[in-house]
Design a protein around this ligand. Structure first.
Ligand SMILES: Nc1ncnc2c1ncn2[C@@H]1O[C@H](COP(=O)(O)OP(=O)(O)OP(=O)(O)O)[C@@H](O)[C@H]1O
Ligand SMILES: [Mg+2]
Length: 132
């Protein structure tokens, strides 16, 4: 089973989170810049012209497609590295993934989300046959 982690994190935590994921052997990922709000609905900022409300705050959305056997470890690494304890630390969403295909090799599913030196290799789980 493949899963997708969507982690909405603070912009200044991207480096730490990426390092924590690399450390456990999560290799493939992407990110984009998003704007949104959670339960506080934004924040009040104090400027020269007085206070004003910013409703949609910038965050980074990290996307990781991975085997579900690596899911909890990846979540734990994100929780560890993205946490400050202050409001706005973000959210983690997990989805089931239908299919993944590596275009170059036509590998599908779990094979398509395996990489040299990744979490599976670290654990001695390698695939039967590595395509050239
Ligand atoms: N239900 C949701 N659907 C989609 N995106 C969400 C949702 N809730 C939060 N987000 C995204 O997560 C970001 C971070 O949310 P935030 O950390 O402020 O969560 P929170 O629920 O308000 O918790 P906290 O009280 O710790 O701030 C938001 O800016 C938004 O981008
Ligand atoms: Mg919030």
């Amino acid at each position: 089973m493949l899963k997708k982690i969507e982690a909405i994190i603070r912009e200044d935590k991207v480096g730490d989170v990426r390092d924590a994921l690399t450390e456990i052997g999560i290799v493939g990922l992407n990110l984009f810049e998003v704007r949104g709000h959670g339960r506080q609905g934004g924040i009040q900022l104090v400027g020269r012209a007085g206070t004003y409300q910013v409703n949609m705050l910038p965050k980074i959305q990290l996307n990781i497609i991975l085997s579900d056997r690596n899911l909890e470890e990846a979540i734990e690494a994100i929780l560890r590295s993205a946490h400050t304890g202050e409001p706005g630390d973000g959210m983690i969403f997990v989805y089931p993934v239908e299919e993944v295909i590596r275009i170059r090799t036509r590998e599908r599913g779990q094979d398509a989300v395996m990489y040299p030196g990744d979490i599976d290799e670290k654990k001695g789980r390698s695939k039967a046959k590595a395509p050239a």
